[in-house]
Design a protein around this ligand. Sequence first.
Ligand SMILES: [Zn+2]
Length: 104
Amino acid sequence: MSVKEFTTDYDSTKMLTNHGTFGSYLKRFHISDKEECNCGEGIDDSNHRLYDCILYEEHRQELIESIESNGNVWPIEHNILLIDNNLKYFHNVILFLMINLYFF
Ligand SMILES: [Zn+2]
């Protein structure tokens, strides 16, 4: 059995643990009453933005192309996303994924 090393940092940890400007997070802490995503297709949380939301499609596609060019298959599991070679691609789009489109 092999154990893959992975790296986390502030942004990737916030993104992957749902501790950001996600509707689900804002509702849990009574900052907002709304947890549904503006796309109308689900709860606004990190998995929805990373894997499903049409509003983030452009940035997700950029990530998918990079991840697949690195020899991985999409959808990618979080622990594989945090391996160094993939993490650099994740960082290229993470700030866009963290933007809550509810405010715009
Ligand atoms: Zn959505």
